[in-house]
Design a protein. Sequence first.
Lengths: 633, 258
Amino acid sequence: MRIESRQQFDTAVAAARDTRLSKGREVWVCCGTGCLANGSKAVAQAFDDRIREDGLQASLGLYHKTTGCHGFCERGPLVVIQPEGLLYTRVRVSDVPEILDRTVRNGEVIPRLLYKDPATRQSYAKYDEIPFYKHQIRVSMRNIGRIDPEDLDDALAHGAYAGLAKALFQMTPDQVIAEIEASGLRGRGGAGFVTARKWKACRKARGDRKFVLCNGDEGDPGAFKDRSIMEGDPHGVLEGMIIGAYAIGAHEGYLYVRDEYPLAVVNVQKAIEAARERGLLGTNILGTGFAFDLRISRGGGAFVCGESSALMRSIEGRTGEPRAKYVHASDKGLFDLPTNLNNVETWADVGAIIVNGGAWFAGWGTERSKGTKAFSLVGKVKNTGLIELPMGTTLRHILYDIGGGMLKDRPFKAVQTGGPSGGCLPADKLDLPVDYEILSENGSMMGSGGMIVMDDRTCMVDVARYFLKFLSEESCGKCVPCREGLKQMLLIFDDIVSGRGKTGDVERIERLCQGMQLGSLCELGKSAPNPVLSTLRYFRAEYEAHVGRKACPAGMCRDLTAYEIVQESCTGCHQCPKVCPTEAISGGAKMKHVIDQAKCISCGACFDVCPEDCIRFFPRAEAKEAAHANADH
Amino acid sequence: MPTLTIDGHTVHADHGQFLLAACRSAGIQIPTLCDHPAVEPYGGCRLCVVDVTRPEWNGWCKMVVACLFPVEDGIVVHTASTRVIEVRKVVLDLLLARCPDTPLVRDLAARHGILATSYVRNQQPTDCILCGLCTRICDRMGMSAIGSVDRGAGREIATPFREPPAACIGCLACAEICPTGFIRYESGTARRKIWDKDFDMLRCPRCGRSHITVAQADFFAGRGGVPRSYFEICDVCKRKDLAVAATRLACATETPAR
Ligand SMILES: Cc1cc2nc3c(=O)[nH]c(=O)nc-3n(C[C@H](O)[C@H](O)[C@H](O)COP(=O)(O)O)c2cc1C
Ligand code: SF4
Ligand code: FES
């Protein structure tokens, strides 16, 4: 039924709370993309079947549902039992009867299914006591994992659209903008532009037809925060967009979602339809006369389509290519009409800010970066996943307290932040608070919040090359510095990592970087030098070793690295011959092993498997010299 | 009327004018490769970069492309600052690596002191500088028969599915606007061939000269308003007709006076 007044809204929320918040126990099965891949659909089905068969719903007042991603995908499928807040990890279909019997019926904890901290071996029963969750503060992700994304009533029961109701019934558009301004919210999609300022400019722009857009392109490799938000709490995004449209005076909007996100597309589409049906979207929203409707636009998946001008061209049905932005989108954006574009996470923050007030959000963070921010933490840390933290949290806290420290306790080398055009920060920057300006001043950036942790077995030249390669493939090729510059830069890097580096290469790289930064058309080309410049800034010696001594100090560049077994420490455990793909290692069990340099391809498999740390890598150039010296004798 | 300073000269520009035009009207030369009066500015070659600043910016400059930057009152423009020249050189150096044998590129590079590229010379030299003039003029003509395919360094100008383009009418606008002669075509009295598509030529009923393709005449006539026969007569004959008509008119007006 359509909601057409404040009173009807309150009644609808009360009714939703009545049916969706159980007085007994609740079983939440995570059905985010990560958990689905681990088989959570079958687990959810098994709960469904069992609960129905045994009539548990009625007898125990049990309520069960599937939710979006909890961010801890590597432990999936995840099941949460409320009201205790128990978290069961890696749940299988065969565990379902036991969970229902022991936990749901009798309140017993099943120790086997609890999360065990890999560092301390401690088990945690409660969701919010687990270090990975304990430090998090979730605003944009407030309802992910808590609501069934396909059930509007469940969302209403958990506070969705309360911000919209407040904005429409109690606030003028200017008051809404003032509240967003007080929150200090800045764009979560990359550049960190002040959201209120953008809204204000678009509100002021002349014209009756304006657009509100949501950027759900999320092209950064490995990033998945926007996907998780769209999948797990699509209503949070819609609510933000409707509030934004009200503030700006827009009546039409598009949600640009990449095609590789089918579940996000489905969930957002369902949310749009459900919201329309209840009068939260469309004409006469909540009976106030305000009209705003939304459509999904599916992006072809090119990274550059996430760039604002390219995204707008793509929605228009033209080639998704950037154009010069000397005229702001707030004046001339989609179809050359006033347009406001924000990232998924930015939109998802809006509803909560309106409900709780700008000051509440601004209570977290640093002077210039307020509120909380989602990060995807990946790489060589023990706990990886999606997290949301106050701005200003130090990198060290993120890596060690939430990430649980380095995987296999190897030494930390660098953390790459900000996505492919971000930068790498070394160990002495770990105490930096995460803040837009601080990250940029140190040669990296906030970007969309990607964080890749690297250990000592990482070659920083190769890391830079990896990102260059990605960017060169994603460059649209419209402008010369980016298209030809990335191509040439990559050729120089290919030479450097394969031992063909020449004196002057580093200077040539630097000159190209400057040309690209200043000369490129869009931010892709302008920021593409970041991974190069930041690694040059902090790891220049590694470049010099590659070019000068033809040595890779991390022992990762195969063409430059040779391996040998230190005979004194080899115990003959016979692990290394088993993993060598070229059978280059001789010596049977209990015998000393030897690597045949002619057969070795320097893959490092033996190094990684050796329990005694008795495999040594050294520059291949030295091996050649030694061979020459031997031949001479 | 916006007033700006370009390399120390005070210049009065028109509202909505782009900086490149303002520079040129002040007699300041700026190299360009993708700009052309027949099409919308594009901003692809990046040769027309200039530094823009304002007195209150305390020395901070932003680099923009002149072909797309709308003039603003009070701006101070430097068209040949050290970094502007440096960016142009990097761009030309890179273009020369891509098009090492293309006279236009070689000349422009040489004028900036670059005689050989400092990067890796293209293994398959091409004359296409990807200025986008051909695709833009084709769009402008209303055909959009050609476009750019692939991304990054693999970008190319091509026809859809690399087949003879269905929408092409053989007007040769692309080939004529191409600054390097990269787009090849053959045109004879009976047939014309471009983008691997064959066209029959139309002979002017007056002089017999083959002047446009049948497809062109069909397309223009299809747009309505003017009968097909109008397009069949070649421009030369049309001009002749016009001249004859004008003379007649002149005689007619002179007669009564006599
Ligand atoms: C190459 C490139 C890719 C981008 N990709 C995204 C993206 O996937 N998602 C996104 O929100 N912003 C992306 N951006 C940033 C957008 O251009 C834009 O700044 C942002 O969507 C604005 O929203 P915000 O102010 O809420 O951050 C990208 C920018 C560039 C240059
Ligand atoms: S900088 Fe790169 S991605 Fe951006 S317009 Fe130029 S070629 Fe395209
Ligand atoms: S003429 Fe301005 S970028 Fe090419």
